[in-house]
Design a protein around this ligand. Structure first.
Ligand code: F6R
Length: 340
């Protein structure tokens, strides 16, 4: 994924497949990301990366909804379709809707030569290798890294300094080693997952960069364990969901070491005060707080979601194993959703 694509000297990435030169890249004023399910949640991580690094308004939308609302397609918006299989019908229809109305759309796709890859004007292949299990895992990490590179490219034709670009390039290079470290922590994650498997319902909470991570956590957990799991912005707890917290409902809180740590610790305090069980996925320098703790290595704050997403996927996997579920082929789901 990263090989040959990072440019240390200029603090940027080389994404020739986009078929967009610096002048065209500069002409976009907005980015709209379209994907389904977990690809949509990674799209939210991508939108955050683009807003932070390129300072362009960016958002992600479920491709399955997009074309039904007769969307306004703007010539100065870069549309990005994101898909592992490249065959998801809802995402492919969204691509056609953009193109039919004259918009420009690029793809972040894993399967080479797939429908979405062919129909987009250009794109970034993820090179994650074949993904066999129904639930998407490694492709998601690759998508997040793909968005980081796209954000770099968009940022470096705008106001992202060469130093900040180099900081992100260095962070991207650290990721493979750090992912190994997260994977080495699997036995502890499995222990915690075994306890979570007993709960009938769970919350996953995070805010800003960590909220899409929480959404992906809830999605994977329900998909492979068949337990109810729901994601909330940590900031929204007091606006409703706190009413559900008691000793029966555990919360998995994503608490990165960043400018929002103190606020996240405040939310944890509120859960603890209501006897809620907590699992905290965090960084080594975050002060000890209530609950069982899983730490991942710290990277640049913009790239943290790439590493935070891995333990929550492992957690879903091990909880499903404890429950004797068919993890590779969860009930009612298909790998490639080629129908609407
Ligand atoms: C979740 C999952 C699905 C897919 C979604 C999009 O684990 O696998 O939510 O992410 O169906 O699939 P692709 O990426 O192939 O378009």
């Amino acid at each position: 994924m990263l090989r040959g694509r990072l440019d240390d000297r200029f603090g940027t990435a080389r994404l020739d497949g986009l078929n967009l030169g610096p002048r065209e890249l500069r002409s976009f004023r907005r980015v709209k990301i379209l994907g389904c399910g977990s690809a949509y949640y990674v799209g939210q991580i991508g939108a955050q990366l683009i807003e932070e690094l390129a300072r362009m308004p960016a958002d992600a939308e479920a491709a399955s909804e997009f074309r039904y609302r007769n969307p306004v397609i703007e010539p100065d918006t870069l549309y990005v379709a994101v898909s592992q299989s490249g065959e998801t019908a809802d995402t492919a229809f969204a691509v056609r809707e953009v193109k039919r109305k004259g918009g420009q759309v690029v793809g972040l796709v894993n399967v080479v030569g797939s429908t979405i890859a062919r129909e987009c004007d250009g794109g970034i292949y993820l090179h994650a290798g074949p993904e066999i299990a129904v639930a998407s895992t490694k492709a998601l990490t690759h998508m997040a890294i793909g968005f980081a590179m796209l954000a770099l490219v968009l940022g470096r034709v705008r106001d992202l300094s060469i130093t900040d670009g180099q900081r992100i390039v260095a962070g991207l290079k650290e990721l493979p080693g750090q992912i190994e470290q997260v994977l080495a922590g699997e036995p502890r994650i499995a222990e915690i997952a075994a306890e979570l498997a007993a709960a009938r319902s769970l919350f996953f909470i995070g805010r800003v960069r960590a909220f899409p991570v929480a959404r992906e956590g809830a999605q994977k957990f329900k998909e492979v364990t068949y337990r109810h799991a729901e994601a909330y912005q940590a900031s929204e707890l007091k606006h409703g969901p706190l009413a559900l917290i008691d000793e029966e409902l555990p919360t998995v809180a994503i608490v990165p070491d960043d400018e929002l740590t103190d606020r996240n610790l405040g939310a944890i305090e509120q859960i603890r005060a209501r006897s809620g069980r907590l699992v905290v996925i965090t960084h080594p320098d975050v002060p000890q707080c209530e609950g069982q703790r899983i730490t991942v290595p710290k990277n640049e704050r913009e790239l943290d979601p790439v590493l935070l997403v891995i333990p929550i996927q492992l957690m879903a996997y091990h909880a499903a194993r404890c429950l004797g579920r068919d993890i590779d082929k969860p009930r009612n789901l298909a790998k490639s959703v080629t129908v609407e």
